[in-house]
Design a protein around this ligand. Structure first.
Ligand code: AMP
Ligand code: ZN
Length: 114
């Protein structure tokens, strides 16, 4: 998707602050962090929302979670704790329409989320 900011990160047009990368996912620091660690994990393939995941994408969905776990280890949060968030569409507050998993940590999290 040529007009998608996260696709531009995948194809190198924009250079994010990369924390982790493999053949299917890219993880980079959020521009407007909401916690001491705030990293976004995205599939390199464009999917607009989690509604676009199909059964054949199960492995890719799993890779997002495994990458988030890796980010938590890199950031030293795996034992302290961290939160994964996937916002889908308007009421959840999705602003960028390329699937991204937020990894948040480094402070105590509230529940329920606002
Ligand atoms: P969401 O509200 O779930 O769609 O989250 C979108 C996230 O993308 C927000 O936390 C933004 O701060 C973040 N974001 C938007 N543009 C950039 C960018 N160029 N680099 C890093 N993070 C970004
Ligand atoms: Zn995209």
């Amino acid at each position: 998707m040529s007009d998608c900011i996260f696709c531009k990160m995948v194809n190198g047009e924009i250079q994010p602050d990369v924390v982790y990368e493999d053949d299917q996912v890219l993880a980079f620091r959020d521009l407007n962090p909401q916690a001491p660690t705030h990293v976004l994990v995205i599939p390199k393939r464009h999917l607009s929302t989690t509604n676009d995941f199909q059964p054949e994408d199960a492995a890719l969905a799993g890779r997002l979670i495994l990458a988030a776990k890796k980010v938590a280890e890199i950031e030293g949060l795996d034992q302290r704790g961290y939160r994964m968030v996937l916002n889908c569409n308007a009421e959840a507050g999705q602003a960028v329409f390329h699937v991204h998993l937020h990894v948040l940590g480094g402070r105590a999290m509230k529940w329920p989320p606002g």
